[in-house]
Design a protein around this ligand. Structure first.
Ligand code: FAD
Ligand code: SF4
Length: 529
């Protein structure tokens, strides 16, 4: 019979860090690691193939690295016949086989998973020790203390607190480098009409034998799931993640700030870092990322606005979002302040739409498991918000399709920032705009059959129609928000006839599965091919 263990350290797919607190005091002679690939994690939402593949590939590399370091790793692969299919079921099997005295885990990144592990441990009559996740700059408790007694939470205050605490981008007097805390105003440039030019392409990682085996498994086991694997080239080990970081700092960080909000047809990466998945799986330490960006600025290799803009995303937004998740869960997942009830349009799973901006963002998402922030916020998220899609359905889509999607980061971004379903808890106003915003920030409209300046009529841009319809539907609520005053005032200038036309067209879009209906005689894109 197998010798009983002292500690079984539970490692989840987004905890691939051998320095995690769960490993403190780990003794390879008496303790072991537990990891499991289970179908439930790909099926509780309709997880895309790239997302599942990335998690499994990185998990197998971590398993192999731990075994090479002398650890016993109790690991279940997805296609093992006895696989129970759930984390709780697999943990129960492992405990029966290894009889540990206790279980230790670092704080999970998903409320559902945390509860499932607690429930399983309780049933097994074992203690589950949950240790603080040191990966983050701020603990869950730090954020709770920050939030105490505040009527409103805002990124800026929390970000400044962390800059001071960790001495990031401060001058010798302890004041913000350059005199300002935030250089966002310098970071909103689009590209010239000729486009972004030659953007240095990000370093890519050819799948090795371990990753290729995972790709084949996912293709077979999740054949009906969305997304494609042909272009899979994500970093799956800490060494690869560090190479990706070094490449970004050297080749693209300098222009990150200026073009952070810009989009261009067929250019998925532009000057973005492509590091979110490596960070969220804990292949990469955010301290290392922030330090590398600051060092590049101090060495005169990148402008302050770029370094600060990038650092704000990691030290600011990423930490703030996590704080909000744990402060508000589990109720946060069910908020719906705007009473939105529409279904998610079917074309979000295919990219089959005439709207050029959405087509590009959706196809790229399904192809790569990636879209950058402005595509997520001001194209896909903007559209579902203004269409009135039920926030829970939008959340499930985002959780399913992006390789970096873990609930603690995905859910507040979708529910709070993008869908305004928390009524302004996370962000002070809904991010709404007409198609003219997309026209300004990209070249999409030039190749689109719709006109971003028009809200009514056959060629009206659905974004523009839905924008005015959104203001009309929520006029009373928005009028009470000073940051929306100008937009509400502009709505008041519309004639009642125009309002009625827009309302009718918005209703027709909703009745046509979220797409603009065509008048007879207007050719479709496909019929022109
Ligand atoms: P860059 O543009 O290079 O930014 C650098 C890093 O900053 C990112 O890698 C990320 O770690 C961090 N970051 C930037 N913005 C945010 C933010 N708002 N919240 C948290 N971290 C941020 N990010 C995820 O990691 N997982 C998600 O599931 C996710 N879902 C999102 C859904 C919506 C609706 C929106 C609006 C944003 C979402 N984000 C999510 C945040 C952001 O869009 C992604 O982190 C970013 O696009 C990832 O690409 P990148 O690594 O090239 O980022
Ligand atoms: Fe998107 Fe409207 Fe521009 Fe077409 S016209 S690309 S739908 S914003």
């Amino acid at each position: 019979m197998t010798k009983p263990l002292r500690v079984l350290v539970l490692v989840l797919g987004d905890q691939l860090n051998a320095d995690a607190s769960a490993f403190d005091g780990f003794d390879p002679a008496r303790d072991a690691v537990w990891m499991a690939e289970v179908a439930e994690e790909s099926e509780h939402v309709w997880s895309s193939k790239p997302r599942t593949a990335l998690f499994l590939a990185a998990m197998r590399h971590f398993r192999d690295e731990r075994r090479a370091a002398g650890c016993t790793v109790h690991y279940t692969e997805l296609d093992e016949p006895e696989n129970a299919g759930t984390l709780a079921g697999e943990l129960t099997r492992a405990v029966a086989a290894r009889r540990p005295e206790r279980l230790v885990v670092t704080e999970p990144g998903d409320w559902r998973v945390w509860r499932a592990l607690e429930g399983a441990a309780e049933k097994l009559g074992l203690g589950l020790e949950v240790r603080v996740d040191r990966h983050f700059f701020a603990s869950i408790e730090d954020f709770r203390i920050h939030a105490l007694g505040r009527k409103q939470l805002r990124l800026e205050f929390f970000y400044r607190e962390l800059r001071r605490r960790y001495q990031v981008l401060l001058d010798p007097a302890g004041e913000p480098e350059g005199g300002e805390w935030n250089y966002d105003a310098d970071n909103r440039e689009g590209f010239p009409k000729t486009g972004p030019g030659l953007v240095p392409p990000p370093v890519v990682f050819e799948p090795d034998a371990t990753t290729r085996a995972v790709l084949a498994l996912v293709e077979k086991r999740f054949a009906g799931h969305p997304g494609r694997l042909a272009a899979f080239d994500w970093p799956v080990t800490p060494a690869q993640a560090r190479r990706a970081l070094a490449d970004f700092i050297a080749a693209r960080l300098a222009s990150f700030g200026r073009h952070q909000d810009a989009m261009w047809q067929g250019e998925p990466w532009l000057y973005h870092s492509r590091l979110s998945a490596a960070l969220n799986l804990k292949l990469l330490d955010p301290r290392e990322v922030v330090a590398a960006a600051e060092a590049a600025y101090r060495a005169g290799r990148v402008p302050l606005a770029s370094a600060e803009g990038f650092i704000r995303q990691i030290l600011g937004w990423r930490e703030y979002i996590r704080g909000v998740y744990w402060l508000r869960m589990p109720d946060y997942a069910a908020v719906n302040a705007l009473g939105a009830t529409e279904a998610l349009p079917q074309f979000f799973w295919t990219g089959d739409t005439e709207m050029a901006c959405l087509r590009d963002a959706l196809r790229q998402t399904l192809e790569l498991g990636y879209a950058h922030h402005i595509q997520r916020l001001m194209v896909t998220g903007l559209y579902t918000l203004m269409l009135g899609v039920e926030p829970r359905r939008v959340h499930e889509w985002y959780l399913a399709v992006y390789v970096d999607a873990v609930e603690w980061v995905e859910l507040p971004n979708v529910i709070g920032m993008s869908q305004h379903a928390d009524g302004g808890f996370l962000a002070s106003k809904p991010y709404v705009a007409t198609g003219k915003y997309i026209q300004r920030m990209s070249n999409h409209c030039a190749g689109c059959r719709f006109d971003p300046a028009r809200a009514d009529g056959e060629n009206a841009c659905p974004f523009t129609t839905l924008y005015w319809d959104f203001l009309r539907r929520h006029e009373a609520r928005l009028a009470a928000n000073p940051r929306m005053a100008l937009q509400v005032k502009n709505l008041a200038r519309q004639s009642s006839a125009l309002r009625a036309q827009i309302e009718a067209r918005a209703a027709a879009i909703r009745a046509h599965g979220g797409q603009a209906p065509r008048a007879a005689g207007i050719p479709t894109q496909d019929s022109l091919l």
